[in-house]
Write a protein that binds this ligand. Structure first.
Ligand code: ADP
Ligand code: MG
Length: 242
């Protein structure tokens, strides 16, 4: 059974029909890259998956939680689905460790002894255990984004969603964040990532989904997709032809 199953979802903002019947599935342990032009609905789709937006119709089943137009149990859902954004949104007045400990403490009532041990483990995972006591402003953008990833991991999610997490970073810092994501994927994490990093998508993602005008325009195994896109729109987007 897929861990994420999106079935014919639609979403409008007023008269703007943003998702027009999007369907696809993610198997446990898979890495899926979502690509497409700005405005094609990528972020809206991710936000629907963790309940930040409600869908108008269709259904989403994620980690055993069913999301419909009427949403309930969002807290339970968000324990299982981590999301990382382009802006890291760390709390500036909290240390790195405190930032990472916060959600488990509040949402899962994890005691501090355990929370601190988890924080240490996930900070090691992103290579920042030595920055435990630092404040966000003392870190580079790449380091802050790695803390944001650690903060999500601390909730021990079953699925991680990444929305253009490297778009605000310089190339060098982008690479350190991509490396952390690559290690996560290799460790077996199920990941759905919206990205502009085509090489990364091609190399890392099992499947690439190309969104266009609110639809899954084309999707397939990444290597096949990138080496031989089938639609003119995808060809033009990946720059392989047109
Ligand atoms: P992408 O991530 O592919 O660039 P988005 O999902 O962010 O696309 O946006 C798709 C469309 O939905 C855009 O036209 C955008 O203006 C619109 N949109 C996204 N979020 C909102 C919102 N909260 N309210 C109104 N319109 C929105
Ligand atoms: Mg977006």
């Amino acid at each position: 059974m897929p861990i994420v199953e999106i079935d014919n979802i639609s979403k409008s903002f007023g008269s703007n029909h943003v998702l027009k019947g999007v369907s696809f599935a993610v198997e446990r342990g898979q890495v899926i890259a979502v690509i497409g032009r700005s405005g094609s609905g990528k972020s809206t789709m991710l936000r629907c998956i963790n309940g930040l937006e409600t869908i108008d119709s269709g259904s989403i089943v994620v980690a055993g939680h069913t999301l419909t137009a009427r949403q309930e149990h969002l807290l339970d859902l968000r324990k299982d689905v981590g999301m990382v954004f382009q802006s890291y949104n760390l709390f500036p007045h909290l240390t790195v460790e405190e930032n990472v400990m916060l959600a488990p403490r509040i949402v899962k009532k994890v005691p501090d002894v355990q929370g601190r041990a988890t924080a240490l483990r996930v900070l090691k995972q992103v290579g920042l255990d030595h920055k435990r006591e630092a404040y966000p402003e003392q870190l580079s953008g790449g380091q802050q984004q790695r803390v944001a990833i650690a903060r999500s991991l601390a909730m021990e999610p079953q699925v991680m969603l990444f929305d253009e997490v490297t778009s605000a970073l310089d190339p060098e810092l982008t690479q350190e964040v991509l490396k952390v994501m690559e290690e996560l994927a290799q460790a077996g994490m199920t990941m759905l990532l919206v990205t502009h990093e085509m090489e990364f998508a091609r190399r890392m993602a099992d499947v690439t989904v190309f969104m266009h005008q609110g639809l899954v325009w084309e999707s397939g195994p990444s290597e096949a997709f990138f080496s031989n896109p089938q639609t003119p729109e995808a060809r033009q987007f990946v720059g392989a032809g047109a």
